[in-house]
Design a protein around this ligand. Structure first.
Ligand code: BMA
Length: 843
């Protein structure tokens, strides 16, 4: 046996914080108080399981857990090496993720200190091993205790967003000195709940005399025949000699060999060796982002033969595609910012991704799959991994490859001053960037590395740099350290210094991306809740902006943990995003009704969700409408815990009404209507390679359906296009009693109406949705219509349907596919279809 996985069979004990390396004997002498655990393991997991603490994501229990950071935590695992096939090479211990400050012992000897959760601890333990039973012990703390007041003073005590932004309970100034996940120090979207633990896998591996340490597979040309280049890094462990070796690579799809290349008789010299090998793939199947094509993945095997033994690099999947960031100058003199895949400019549709839990070690693969599938089903082609979180587990990247989700990946620095003047910190960053760029470079989904989240913007706003001209407070990491790592390890993946970045100052319209928070965080409530403000954005790429909505009843009841849900309670406040500041009620008043405080809980969830849906739907369309804009990522897709907040899928994986607003705005084929200079302008978006030609009805339709002042026009959506396809005189009619609409004949493109005034200003006719037909196969398919205009038609009690919380134009027939049973209800502005069991069986 070559490898021992040490995932199960661990024991955990706590001790005072001051117990350090020299106290290992005292810890090992504990006779009781040990908790059983398995990896990945945050100490909170066994503590919750054994009833010592309550789950910090529930109620306000996060406040009761702070003592955990003031203890040291000792993990112990025995393992037997009798069955290990130890040869001439090293025996390596790998601990994939240690959060954060770790002292590692083997058989009582201290074998290392590791200070980063962002890259593994790897060490040759051969000379520490004993025959038979061995004992591994790891002491872990948050690392916060290591940060001194002097160090904080060196950074001018500077972090943003939490403590300094007026959220005294959230955040901790010490976080930026530590290479640990930043978000669980407390952020606007979750409370303080520091992670501590062995948050990845653990292995002992017996290596051969030579091993393939890493491979870099690059697509040089992606045409009918593709040309790839493999660069393998091979380590020869004999420190004083050479050896002969052969290396080969095989690409298979569905078990069929598609390409093979080999290099014979290589001379490996002591230490590290680089071997290049070109590979041609005939009739290559190209990988595309979702909506623009398929995601064929080749199974890749790279093998080395040396000194009579064969070793292989772990098999991986590879998508053939080229990637480029187009920042060329545009006609108006400004620069663009667009991702180009296989030579085709992609409009990036998606959102920001945050860790799924403050206790990220407990997030299971099924949750990742559910979320990435939901992103794909909402017509996303991009997620941005935000720099305040974590480098995700392998499963995340595999799913993105499989579902065609491009990844904009920040390095893990966010919102604060970081000690780039400290050599130790810089070394940690170098190790982290080197490791992560190698680890992730072969994923076809990886399309952009970005230095950090908001550091450049932060220092633009505050005067720290001017006060300390010799300091850069972290900018050096993004401007040099991470940039160099990307250039050295995967230069074909574009790099951007920060998000936002570009132009004379971050957020400028001239160059780069923007975080457009001027609307939803505007001190003036009117500006926060006006969707049309997003029509005014002129940036090349919007990588953040957000709007609030309530989570599902399921999520709310779960975080009230059995206590009655009360919107005036402390628990409600604790689970309300720090920046919400009355926006939800403000939005409901603007768009639906006075006195939203009187809504019951279901009404609050529904109407806050409808406003969030409108705000996201309208704003994403506004950005997609602009020829200059090449990407729209809202903040944020998922939740770290249950709260009234920015996300569209909540902590309990329930889709909020806004999920569907986003999904419609991101349809791969889509018409977007706007009134420009008194004209009706229609933009046709077609992310797909197939052209669509259709006739469409255009004009004014009264809400009651009686007036239909329309005409028929031909529309063409060229392959991979986004352009104005129709400009016509603005239809005349009373816009409180009717809508301006475009209704294509083709079922591939949804009808659209122009938003001109708040829903509450529309003179809504009486009417109900009618179910024309119910079909059932694997799921349920409802064909619904209405004689009059209906807003907010929703099917209650289902989480998985093709559309929900939608409008029906008079006479429109729409089919919705559902994965479960349903019920429909009504309210003043929102109409629900009640498809209970009765209706299913009557049909
Ligand atoms: C952005 C992010 C986060 C933050 C979000 C919402 O700027 O980078 O730091 O949570 O705003 O406030």
């Amino acid at each position: 046996m070559k490898e021992l996985a040490l995932h199960t069979g661990w024991k955990l004990h706590e001790a005072p914080l001051r117990w350090g390396v020299s106290d290992i004997g005292r810890v090992m002498a504990f006779e009781d108080g040990w908790m059983d655990c398995a990896l990945p393991c945050d100490v909170r997991m066994p503590l919750i399981e054994s009833g010592v603490i309550k789950d910090p994501v529930l109620a306000d229990y996060s406040r009761e857990c702070e003592w955990i950071s003031n203890r040291s935590w000792w993990f112990v695992r025995e393992f037997d090496i009798s069955e290990l096939d130890i040869g001439d090479g090293p025996v390596e211990l790998t601990l994939e993720s240690l959060d954060t400050w770790a002292e590692i012992f083997l058989n009582g000897s201290h074998i290392g200190t590791h200070k980063s959760a962002h890259y593994p601890f790897t060490f040759d333990i051969k000379c520490y091993l004993r025959p038979g039973k061995n004992v591994l012990c790891i002491r872990l703390t948050t690392g916060l205790e290591k940060v001194t007041e002097e160090q904080l003073a060196e950074l001018e005590w500077s972090i943003c967003h939490e403590k300094d932004a007026g959220h005294p309970e959230r955040g901790d100034h010490r976080r930026t000195w530590l290479r640990r996940p930043q978000y669980n120090a407390g952020w606007d979207f979750l409370p303080k709940a520091f992670s501590i633990g062995i948050t990845g896998g653990a292995y002992v591996r017996c290596l051969s005399v030579a091993e393939i340490r890493s491979v870099d597979l690059e697509t040089l040309e992606a045409g009918k025949d593709a040309h790839l280049r493999l660069r393998a890094e091979v380590e020869y462990f004999n420190p004083i000699g050479c050896a002969d070796a052969d290396l080969d690579i095989m690409l298979r799809m569905d078990g069929v060999l598609c390409a093979y290349a080999r290099v014979d008789d290589i001379l490996l010299t002591a230490g590290i060796n680089w071997i290049d090998l070109d590979v041609d793939v005939q009739d290559a199947k190209l990988w595309w982002p979702a909506g623009s094509g398929a995601q064929p993945l080749y199974d890749v095997e790279v093998c080395l033969e040396c000194c009579g033994s064969k070793t292989a690099y772990p098999k991986f999947q590879y998508g053939i595609r080229t990637i480029r960031l187009d920042i060329s100058r545009q006609e108006d003199g400004r620069r663009g910012f667009g991702i180009v895949v296989n030579g085709v400019k992609i409009f990036c549709k998606g959102s920001n991704w945050v860790p799924n839990d403050p206790i990220y070690a407990r997030v299971c693969d099924a949750k990742y799959e559910e979320l990435i599938r939901a992103a794909h089903d909402a017509n996303f082609n991009m997620l941005r991994i935000w720099g305040g979180g974590i480098y995700e587990r392998e499963i995340f990247y595999r799913l993105c490859d499989r579902y065609g989700i491009l990844i904009w990946h920040d390095f893990m620095l966010a919102c604060g001053a970081f000690p780039d003047h400290d050599p130790d910190f810089v070394r940690e960053m170098e190790n982290e960037a080197d490791y992560q760029t190698r680890r992730l470079r072969n994923h076809p989904s990886m399309c952009l590395w970005c230095g950090d989240n908001e550091l450049h913007r932060y220092f633009w706003y505050i005067s720290l740099l001017k006060k300390n001209p010799d300091r850069q407070f972290g900018l050096r990491i993004s401007n040099y350290v991470s940039k160099k790592a990307v250039h050295a390890n995967c230069s074909r993946i574009p790099y951007w210094n920060s998000s936002p970045f570009g132009g004379e100052f971050p957020d400028s319209e001239q160059v780069g991306d923007t975080h457009h928070w001027n609307c939803s965080m505007h001190p003036d409530m009117e500006k926060r809740i006006d969707p049309m403000a997003y029509d005014l954005i002129n940036h090349a790429f919007v990588s953040e902006y957000g709007y609030f909505g309530a989570p599902s009843r399921v999520a709310i009841e779960s975080y009230f943990d059995g206590q009655p849900v009360d919107r005036l309670s402390g628990i409600w406040d604790h689970h309300n995003n720090d920046f919400e500041k009355g926006t939800v009620y403000g939005g409901i008043v603007k768009h639906y009704m006075d006195n939203p405080q009187s809504l019951d809980l279901d009404g609050y969830i529904l109407y806050s969700g409808m406003v969030q849906s409108l705000m996201y739907g309208y704003s994403l369309e506004a950005l997609r409408f602009k020829p200059r804009c090449s990407g729209a990522l809202f903040w944020m897709f998922n939740d770290s815990w249950g709260e009234v907040g920015w996300s569209v899928v909540d902590y309990c994986l329930q889709k909020k009404p806004s999920y569907y607003g986003v999904k419609r705005a991101f349809s791969h084929r889509k018409l977007i209507l706007r009134q420009v200079d008194g004209k009706l302008v229609v933009t046709g978006c077609n992310d797909t390679p197939d052209q669509v030609d259709t006739m469409a009805e255009v004009g004014y339709i009264s809400l009651d359906g009686r007036v239909r002042d329309t005409r028929i026009v031909p529309l063409t959506l060229l392959p991979y296009s986004r352009s104005h396809i129709l400009e016509t005189d603005f239809p005349e009619g009373d816009l409180e009693r009717g809508v301006v609409a475009v209704i294509p004949e083709s079922m591939e493109i949804a009808p659209e109406r122009l938003f001109v005034c708040e829903t509450r200003c529309l003179d809504m006719p009486d009417g109900e949705p009618r179910v024309l037909c119910v079909e059932q196969d694997g799921g349920l398919h409802l064909t619904i219509t209405s004689d009059v205009f209906l807003h907010g038609v929703y099917i209650e009690g289902v989480n998985d349907c093709s559309d929900n919380y939608f409008e029906l134009l008079p006479g429109q027939v729409k089919t919705v596919s559902i994965a479960a049973r349903l019920r429909l209800m009504g309210s003043e502005f929102c109409r629900t279809l009640s498809v209970g069991e009765g209706l299913c069986s009557n049909a």
